[in-house]
Design a protein around this ligand. Structure first.
Ligand SMILES: [Zn+2]
Length: 318
């Protein structure tokens, strides 16, 4: 029975239903992920809608059947809707070697690879095997959940809630430009949660629009093109604080990080002359002198120290 190791987080499980296995007619080559264990899988952003009924994120799956390695595949974790009410999360595609021989009542064990968010170990435990019996002793009558309830895997949604609460708390504190805890020992799940909370905070404050060009492309499924840029970058230990954040479209995020423009203390875009004269940068040159959008909440506007650091440190001098 696999447990937590430096490589794998604690296991969670599902007792497979007929529909999850090769027994089902019109089998979709995947299995349904019930709500209580969705928290141990990455958060899917956006909502499925009529125009785009499913949203998927790629996962790497290391497949095992009772301890024997079957191989490594690229699979998908997706949320799908059929009409307004029925929504379903599934892990689907490329799982035939694992689920094809499975029958109702077999147990599927899932474990996240410790150093990533998108790789999982999926192990099928056939009924009437010692591995299945051992898992059943821990599972009892439950059909899904954490296998050993004393050993809970890291939860993406709980960490996100904590990060959002922390984000709300720090708004009341004085702004600190650099994170004193750069998070060397912080788990990858916590890092993802913090960056989602930061993104959510920044995008909300700027109405999901680029602070420089005001463009805010979005999909009918509710996904936004605009990104949450760090004014002082994470690589320089810039804080995951909305006051160190700016909503920027991809093009302007890239240009901002590359130092092609900065923001002065008058909140106007500064494009250095050496950048401005290049024919390739015409679209940027016209933004010189334009006032950037600010956060809706006055207390959450970019701290002037952050813009100054960026201008002094990253933007071309001439
Ligand atoms: Zn833009």
């Amino acid at each position: 029975m696999p447990g937590k190791s430096p490589q794998w987080d604690h296991p969670f499980f599902k007792v497979l239903a007929k529909n999850d296995t090769g027994q089902a007619r019109g089998h979709q080559s995947g299995f349904v992920v019930p709500i209580p264990i969705q928290q141990y899988l990455p958060v899917i952003q956006g909502q499925p809608c009529k125009e785009r009924p499913s949203i998927a994120i790629p996962l790497t799956a290391h497949l095992y059947a009772a301890g024997v390695r079957l191989g490594e595949v690229r699979t998908q974790y997706q949320v799908q809707s059929w009409g307004a009410l029925k929504r379903e999360h599934r892990i689907t595609s490329a799982l035939k070697s694992l689920l094809g021989p499975a029958i109702k009542g077999d147990i599927l064990l899932l474990q996240r690879k410790a150093d990533t968010c998108t790789a999982y170990r999926l192990e099928l435990l056939h009924q009437d095997t010692p591995q299945h019996e051992a898992a059943l002793r821990l599972a009892g009558t439950r059909r899904w959940g954490v296998l050993d309830t004393r050993k809970v895997p890291e939860s993406f949604s709980i960490e996100l809630e904590i990060a959002l609460a922390h984000e709300a708390e720090r708004e009341a504190e004085d702004f600190v430009l650099f994170d004193d805890a750069p998070g060397i020992n912080v788990s990858v799940v916590k890092k993802v949660a913090r960056s989602l909370a930061f993104r959510k905070g920044v995008l909300t404050q700027y109405g999901n629009r680029c602070a420089v060009c005001s463009i805010g492309l979005q999909t009918p499924a509710g996904l936004y093109e605009v990104e949450a840029a760090h004014v002082v970058p994470r690589s320089e230990w810039g804080a995951d604080d909305v006051r160190n954040g700016l909503a920027l479209c991809r093009k302007h995020h890239w240009a901002f990080d590359a130092g092609l423009f900065g923001v002065g203390d008058d909140l106007r875009v500064f494009v250095p002359p050496s950048v401005m004269v290049m024919p390739a940068n015409k679209s940027l040159a016209v933004l010189h002198g334009k006032t950037v959008l600010q956060a809706v909440d006055i207390a959450l506007r970019v701290d002037p120290a952050a813009f100054k650091w960026h201008l002094d440190t990253l933007v071309y001098k001439k």
